[in-house]
Design a protein around this ligand. Structure first.
Ligand SMILES: Cc1cc2nc3c(=O)[nH]c(=O)nc-3n(C[C@H](O)[C@H](O)[C@H](O)COP(=O)(O)OP(=O)(O)OC[C@H]3O[C@@H](n4cnc5c(N)ncnc54)[C@H](O)[C@@H]3O)c2cc1C
Ligand code: SF4
Ligand code: SF4
Length: 608
C-alpha cells in the first residue's frame, strides 16, 4: 500500500503531530491545501498504526505543566477531558522507613535519626516530612493532572472526527523498510502464525506500507525506533543507559478521604531510597499513584509490583488509601537518558518524535508535554515542506523540524537536565545533590559520574544480600521457587525483612489479580512471541535471572533447562525486560540478550 505519511505509535507525540497537521490539510471550502502524491486531488494520505488494542491503552502519571498542550488548545477546559483537573496543591515528601527493611546508606540513616529526634520541631507527619521548598523546575503549578489513556482518547476522537487521518489500533508495525539508507515505509506484523512466527491456517503476511515520510512516535522501547538505532547507530557520545519502570494503580479513594482534586504528592526515601513515588488526585475521588524503579537501583530483584504495595502501605499514604479500591493497573518503561540518549532525529524519509527521540526531561519529571511539542514541531515542519513541494530528505527535515526543535524550550530544558541525574550512579545522596546543582546552575554543574548500564552494575543475588541472607539459603529459595515456576523476589524480600502483604482483595491484591482486575491483560491469538531470548545457551548460565524478577506482568517465569519461559497472555508490553538482562549481547555490550519485537495485545484499560 502507498500512502504519503505513515506513523508508528499513537502517544502524545503522534497526537501533537497529527493534530497540527490535520488542522492545515484542507482550505475552509474543503479543498485539499497540499495535495496527496499517491491519490491526486485528495489531501495527503496519512495513516497511523498503534500496536495496543485501543489508542487509550497507554500508561503514564500524569502531572504536566501542559505548556505545549495548551499552545495547541488555548481554550482547553480540563472538565472536557475525563479524569483531568488543574493542579491545586503540590508537596514533595521524604518518607521514613517504618519497617526497618529498606537499604539505607549511613548518610541517610543519620538523616533519618536526626528527623526522628527533632520531629516535634519539624513538619513530620505519619512518618514523612514535607520538604519546605519545591525547586521551580519541579513545580507544576498552573498545570494539569490527567490520565494519559483518557487524554489520548480525547485527542484521537477529535482527529477521527475530522476524518483527515486514519488511526489503526491493534496493528503492530514489525519493521522499518530501509533501502539505500533511506526509510521508505514500514512492514506490519504477520498474522496467523504460531508462537515462533511460522505460518498457520489463516496466515496473513504483514503488509508493506510505503510512504514518503515515516514518523516514529513509538515511545522509549518501540521496536521500530530500536531497529533504526541498530541500523544508523546513535550520534557520537550519546547512550541510552538510564531507564526506569513506572508502575501505577488508578484507585477509588475511600469516601472519607479528604484529598482534593488537583493534589500532587511526590515522594522519595521509601520503600527503597532509590524509588520515587507519585500520587495525583483526579475529580470524583479517583487517584493515580505509583512508583518508578530506576535502572541505577542496584538490586537484582527490581520488582516494581512488590515495592509498589509497600509504598502504598506507608503510614503517610495508607491513611488516605485504606478502604480504597483498585480500578486499573499498568506499567511502562521510561527512557531516562533524555537529551543524551537522543538518536538521529531525522534521516532520509524518516523523523523521530517523543520519548523515543530523547525528549523526556528527568530533571523536571516531565515527558508528555515535551513529546507533544516535538510532534507539533514536526507537524509544522511537514506542512512547510508539503507547501514548498520539497521532499522529506534528511537535509530538508534538519532545516525545518530539527531547527524548530533546537530553538525550543524542550531543547533548552533538555540540555539543563542532561547530566542532572548522573550522580545517582554513585548513590542517592550524590544523586539528589546533583539534581539540585544542575537545577540551580542551569545544567552547568553536575557530579562527574559516568552513567553505567544496569547490566554493568547489577550485583549477583549473593552479593546484594550478603549481609542478610547466606548464599546456601538463596540457593535453596531459588530451587523452591523454580520448582513452583515462581519468581524469587517475594521469598527474598520476606527473608530480608519485608513483611508479607496483607491482601484485602480491594487494593492490596496479588500480582495475578492485578493483571486480571486492573490490567485486564489480553493477547490475541495468531501472533508470534514478541519477547525472544536470543541466546538460550547463555541464559542457562545466568545466575540472577533478573528478567524473571523484574517482569511487570509475571510473563517471564523460570523455564526448563534454566532458560526463562515467556507467556504472551500476561505480557503488558512494559519493555522492562529489554534493559534488565544482566548478560551483555555478544556483539553489542549496550544491549542484553532479550529482543523485544512488535506484538499485539497487552493492557486493556483506558484509565492509566
Ligand atoms: C508510570 C508513569 C508515570 C509517568 N508520569 C509522568 C508524569 O507525571 N508527567 C509526564 O509528563 N510524563 C510522565 N510519564 C512519561 C510519559 O508517559 C511519556 O514521556 C510519554 O507518554 C511519551 O509519549 P510518546 O508519545 O513519546 O510515547 P508513548 O506514550 O510511549 O507512546 C508510544 C506509542 O507507540 C506504540 N508503539 C510502540 N511500538 C509500536 C509498534 N511497533 N507498532 C505500533 N505501535 C507501537 C505504543 O503502544 C504507544 O502507544 C510517565 C510514564 C510512566 C510510565
Ligand atoms: S535474558 Fe538475560 S537476565 Fe534473563 S536469563 Fe537470559 S541472560 Fe539472564
Ligand atoms: S515480558 Fe512483557 S511484562 Fe514482562 S518485562 Fe517484558 S515487556 Fe514487561
Amino acid at each position: 500500500m502507498d500512502v504519503d505519511i505513515v506513523c508508528v505509535g499513537f502517544g502524545p507525540a503522534t497526537g501533537g503531530f497529527l493534530t497540527t497537521l490535520s488542522r492545515a490539510l484542507t482550505s475552509t471550502d474543503g479543498t485539499p491545501k497540499p495535495e496527496s502524491s499517491v491519490t491526486p486531488g485528495a489531501p495527503p494520505q496519512i495513516v497511523c498504526y498503534e500496536r495496543a488494542d485501543d489508542i487509550g491503552f497507554s500508561v503514564s502519571g500524569v502531572v504536566t505543566r501542559a505548556r505545549g498542550i495548551r499552545g495547541t488548545f488555548p481554550d482547553l477546559d480540563p472538565s472536557q477531558i475525563p479524569m483531568c483537573a488543574p493542579v491545586k496543591h503540590e508537596k514533595v515528601l521524604y518518607l521514613l522507613d517504618p519497617i526497618g527493611a529498606s537499604r539505607r546508606s549511613a548518610t541517610l540513616r543519620t538523616v533519618d535519626t536526626l528527623i526522628c529526634a527533632l520531629q516535634k520541631l519539624l513538619p513530620v507527619e505519619s512518618g514523612a516530612i514535607e520538604l519546605p521548598y519545591i525547586p521551580p523546575y519541579l513545580q507544576k503549578h498552573g498545570g494539569l493532572v490527567m490520565s494519559i489513556g483518557q487524554f489520548n482518547q480525547w485527542v484521537g476522537a477529535q482527529l477521527m472526527n475530522a476524518g483527515l487521518v486514519q488511526i489503526w489500533p491493534g496493528t503492530p508495525v514489525a519493521k522499518p523498510l530501509i533501502e539505500n539508507n533511506s526509510v521508505t515505509g514500514v512492514q506490519l506484523a504477520d498474522q496467523g502464525t504460531d508462537k515462533s512466527g511460522s505460518p498457520e491456517a489463516g496466515f496473513l503476511p504483514g503488509m508493506d506500507v510505503r510512504a514518503a515520510l515515516t514518523v516514529l512516535g513509538d515511545g522509549p522501547v518501540g521496536p521500530i525506533g530500536r531497529q533504526i538505532d541498530q541500523h544508523f547507530g546513535l550520534p557520537r557520545g550519546h547512550h541510552q543507559r538510564d531507564w526506569a519502570v513506572g508502575m501505577k494503580f488508578v484507585v477509588n479513594l475511600p469516601e472519607n478521604c479528604l484529598l482534593e482534586a488537583g493534589t500532587v504528592l511526590h515522594t522519595l526515601g521509601y520503600p527503597e531510597p532509590e524509588i520515587f513515588g507519585f500520587l495525583y488526585v483526579y475529580p470524583d475521588r479517583i487517584a493515580s499513584l505509583g512508583i518508578f524503579v530506576p535502572s541505577w537501583f542496584e538490586s537484582p530483584v527490581r520488582t516494581a509490583y512488590r515495592y509498589l504495595q509497600h509504598w502504598m502501605l506507608h503510614p503517610y499514604l495508607w491513611r488516605y488509601l485504606n478502604g480504597g479500591r483498585l480500578r486499573s493497573w499498568g506499567a511502562k518503561t521510561l527512557g531516562e537518558s533524555g537529551r543524551r540518549g537522543e538518536p538521529h532525529l531525522v534521516g532520509d524519509g524518516y523523523a523521530r518524535i517523543g520519548e523515543g527521540s530523547g525528549s523526556t526531561n528527568v530533571l523536571t519529571g516531565s515527558g508528555v508535554d515535551e513529546a507533544w511539542v516535538t510532534g507539533v514541531q514536526l507537524g509544522e515542519a511537514v506542512l512547510e515542506l508539503l507547501q514548498q513541494k520539497k521532499p522529506f530528505t534528511k537535509e530538508n527535515l534538519e532545516a525545518t523540524y530539527v531547527k524548530r526543535r533546537r530553538a525550543s524550550w524542550v531543547e533548552a530544558e533538555g540540555r539543563v537536565a542532561e547530566r542532572a541525574r548522573d550522580g545517582f550512579h554513585r548513590g542517592v545522596v550524590t544523586g539528589l545533590i546533583g539534581m539540585a546543582l544542575a537545577g540551580a546552575t542551569k545544567g552547568r554543574l553536575a557530579p562527574p559520574v559516568e552513567p553505567r548500564s544496569a547490566r554493568a552494575h547489577t550485583p549477583s543475588l549473593e552479593k546484594y544480600y550478603q549481609d542478610r541472607i547466606p548464599p546456601a539459603e538463596i540457593e535453596k529459595l531459588r530451587d523452591e521457587c523454580a520448582a513452583k515456576s515462581a519468581s524469587l523476589h517475594d521469598a527474598l524480600m520476606e527473608r530480608a525483612g519485608w513483611p508479607a502483604i496483607p491482601y484485602d482483595g480491594k487494593l492490596l491484591v496479588s500480582h495475578q489479580d492485578a493483571l486480571l482486575m486492573g490490567g485486564k491483560v489480553q493477547a490475541p491469538a495468531g501472533y508470534a512471541d514478541h519477547v525472544v531470548f536470543l541466546y538460550p545457551e547463555l541464559c542457562e548460565k545466568c545466575g540472577a535471572k533478573i528478567c524473571i524478577e523484574i517482569c511487570s506482568g509475571q510473563a517471564i517465569t523460570p523455564g526448563g533447562n534454566g532458560v526463562p519461559a515467556f507467556d504472551r497472555e500476561k505480557c503488558i508490553h512494559c519493555g522492562a525486560c529489554i534493559w534488565n538482562c544482566t548478560t551483555p549481547h555478544p556483539f553489542d555490550p549496550e544491549r542484553g540478550l532479550i529482543e523485544f519485537r512488535a506484538g499485539a495485545g497487552g493492557l486493556h484499560s483506558a484509565e492509566n
